[in-house]
Write a protein that binds this ligand. Sequence first.
Ligand code: GDP
Ligand code: ZN
Length: 437
Amino acid sequence: MNKRQREQLEALFKALPKSEQDRLFREGAVLRAEDQKRRKGERKRYEDLDAPRASASKRKSEPVREYALKLFARERANAGRSGAGPDEQASIAGETGVAVFVGKRRCLVRPDGAPGDGSGDTECRLPADMAGRQQTELCVGDRVSFVRGGDERREADELVQVLPRKTVLTRRDARTGEARAIVANVDAVVIVVSVVSPPLHPRLIDRYLIAIEDSWVEASGSHADDPDPAQAIIAVNKTDLLEPLSPEARKQELGRLDPYRAIGLPIVECAAETGRGMDELRSLLAGKVVAFVGHSGVGKSSITNALDERLGVRTAEVGTAANRGRHTTTSSQLYEITPASGETFWVIDTPGIRFFGLEELTPAQLRDSMPELRRLRRGCKFNDCTHTHEPDCAVREAVERGEMHPARYDTYTRLLEEIARGPRPPDERIRPLPEEE
Ligand code: GDP
Ligand code: ZN
């Protein structure tokens, strides 16, 4: 859990009714006592490896509050997974569903239990106070409650409330610096890259990974220390264009993705054109809600189409210089895909997610956003080690021993410099979108 995620969790905790907080403290105290008993006599180098990371460096027993927070995080995660949790049920007016499309003054809601083809979707008006702040308050993938209209009291269906999120990807508004929700409750993000046209830019993957980690609010406090590899998936598209190359050259080109393999990311070699890799993707995505990110022209729409031929998302030629950065998909949408054989999954196709800025990132947030650094820094001599020049730095030692990929360490130092220096060279930028909607 990084600092921002932790702050969010604490704010939510504080907003709980007093009786709930008391209960979590009571149960936290019991957990803590059990933990202490279990640990007694155990000779471990780091006895706090499985405790919340915030105080892991202190090497002493966690306060009850930490246990209460951890418990709270876990309960929220469970509630998210099973749809509505018991607390949610008790306090919701109206029906519940998922926002599948969000516009300026209205949104499309798929009521729980409605068919995946969209035939039961209902258009809801946003309450006036939300319409103004819609871009921070509601996004595709949000679970919502709504009330039906169609009588003299209420003309149209109306959205009532956005329910607590399991995850949310945000993007900071370049102008205001404010975080805007892009997509909520996704289980995994597929980073799509292509070879040859556009050529492979592994460094863009780093940016996406960091932005994903940085903006990912995970209700369960466990993810940051023990990242779930299913969280990000890399799809290398257009591998058919490598055919003319010699096997060695092909291997070398795809070998540029080895650093990501080394950190445990699934990498799927595909070609939407020929169907290569689609079965593998389908099985990785089974049962999940996923978002596709990646540069314009790498084939996100083509892959979505290839995963399910019935969709018919429009695809376009790779842009000329003049229209590069223009996207054929202009609004976010959630699609249900049921493969001929295999489990259903849901794809959120959102143009907004295609641009991540790292402008606002601090060096500490950067360190929080790289799983290897989170794991290794416990061994550094200094708590605030920057892993650049300090003695007894576990990160640099790991690089020397070959336990951390040099390319990833290189990424870290480059980005660190870049943060210090200000704006980055244009060719390394993830291109922004013309304004959505
Ligand atoms: P998006 O902007 O990421 O959604 O990209 P599109 O899906 O619109 O694809 C951009 C272009 O790449 C289109 O002309 C596609 O026909 C082409 N394309 C997509 N996938 C493949 C592939 O696997 N192989 C080849 N050769 N071309 C592809
Ligand atoms: Zn260090």
